[in-house]
Design a protein around this ligand. Structure first.
Ligand SMILES: Nc1ncnc2c1ncn2[C@@H]1O[C@H](COP(=O)(O)OP(=O)(O)OP(=O)(O)O)[C@@H](O)[C@H]1O
Ligand SMILES: [Mg+2]
Length: 361
């Protein structure tokens, strides 16, 4: 089977750049767009030095590889991506063809301190952990039922003071049962029932329900782009995404509450790597709160299951959000500092329905 070389470029799992004369960017693959959190269109024509801030002189590396027409490796380069995120990378620079001015730059991120690169890894780690947890949940439920039954029997023959102990056993086992239910629900997540939908309608409904429930302590502001096209999503699952994000913001807020800002906009060029090449995810939704922010030490792991800073948190909220969005061929990333936490969701547009041929009867 003949392979179209363009597909190799799209499917390359590591960020790859083509750098031409005067070290200006000529092309980026989808993995590089995700890595740099910017669309190819906005970066092409800019110099490498402007787009990739490094702790070494990458331009001189490029010039050297170009002059020698040889492959050059550089290990342990710190790359900051404009917005403060840092990634430790090995880079490889190679002439695209003999005598060519254009150089191919491959980045091999070794440790991504920032958030974006994680979006690509989270889905599989979440799936493995959830699979295991789901199995465990089934195994734990039976002995728990035994413990509950035994505690109830014991309570009947105990005096009032000792009953406090059996009450505690019952209360705590109930908590474990609730947790197991959530884990099972997570494992049972069905594939999304994708339909064209207006994300603003969905956001409005989620916000109304949150303002009477999980986020009744919060003030909501919106900044919607009214021209945003329809997305392709599952109403229930996306409502769950927004509800989880509103709940987290509300739970993190100080006792007097806080503000949640919802912003939508369209970014045409952003693509995510996927098996069939690049998937365009132009619809952007940001849920921004002014709470205390997520601790730096937790930030890289918030989308992993069972990561929680709350006493009664299961740590499944954001893992579920991440799984739902991955199933929608979308993504979620986070940036946070005290006073400003931004969850950014990217979703694809609904496919165009071909118009019926009127003459065809
Ligand atoms: N908007 C936010 N502001 C501050 N911290 C946040 C925010 N969103 C998430 N977090 C942090 O991320 C952690 C993980 O969130 P996640 O929703 O996955 O779990 P949880 O809220 O702890 O538990 P639950 O399973 O009940 O949702 C939270 O415990 C909290 O520490
Ligand atoms: Mg939560």
């Amino acid at each position: 089977m003949a392979v179209d070389p363009a597909n190799i470029w799209l499917a390359l799992p590591m960020p790859a750049l083509l750098v031409g004369a005067q070290n200006r960017l000529e092309a980026l693959n989808p993995a590089a767009e995700v890595f740099l959190n910017a669309a190819e269109k906005t970066l092409v024509g800019r110099t490498v030095a402007r787009c990739l801030k490094t702790d070494v002189d990458m331009e001189s590396d490029l010039n050297r590889a170009r002059a020698n027409q040889s492959v050059l490796f550089h290990h342990d380069i710190n790359i900051s991506r404009g917005d403060g995120d840092q990634a430790l990378c090995d880079i490889q620079i190679a002439p695209l063809s003999d005598g060519a001015e254009t150089m191919l730059v491959l980045l091999h991120p070794r440790q991504i301190k920032g958030r974006l690169g994680r979006a690509l890894q989270v889905e599989s780690s979440a799936k493995t952990a959830i699979g295991l947890a789901d199995m465990l949940a089934h195994e734990i439920k039976n002995p728990l039922a035994g413990i509950t039954g035994a505690a109830q029997l014991l309570a009947m023959s105990l005096g009032k003071r000792d009953q406090e102990m059996t009450d505690l056993i019952l209360q705590e086992t109930r908590r474990v049962v609730d947790l197991l239910k959530q884990v099972e629900q997570f494992g049972d997540l069905r594939p999304p029932n994708l339909k064209p939908l207006n994300i603003h309608d969905l956001l409005e409904r989620a916000r109304l329900s949150a303002s009477y429930g999980v986020a009744s302590n919060m003030r909501f502001l919106d900044q919607y782009d009214p021209s945003l096209p329809l997305t392709f999503g599952d109403t229930d699952q996306l409502s769950q995404v927004f509800s989880n994000l509103f709940a987290n913001a509300a739970e993190a807020a100080a006792s007097q509450g806080g503000t949640i800002r919802i912003r939508t906009y369209y970014e045409p060029g952003l693509r995510l790597r996927s098996k069939d090449g690049g998937q365009a995810v132009p619809l952007q939704i940001e849920i921004i709160d002014d709470g205390p922010g997520i601790a730096e030490t937790m930030l890289d792991a918030v989308f992993d299951p069972f990561i929680s800073s709350r006493e009664n948190g299961t740590g499944l909220g954001l893992a579920l959000v991440s799984k739902i969005l991955a199933d929608h061929h979308g993504a979620i990333t986070v940036k946070s500092r005290p006073g400003k936490t931004v969850f950014r969701i990217s979703l694809p547009m609904a496919p165009k329905i071909p118009k019926q041929d009127k003459g065809d009867t």
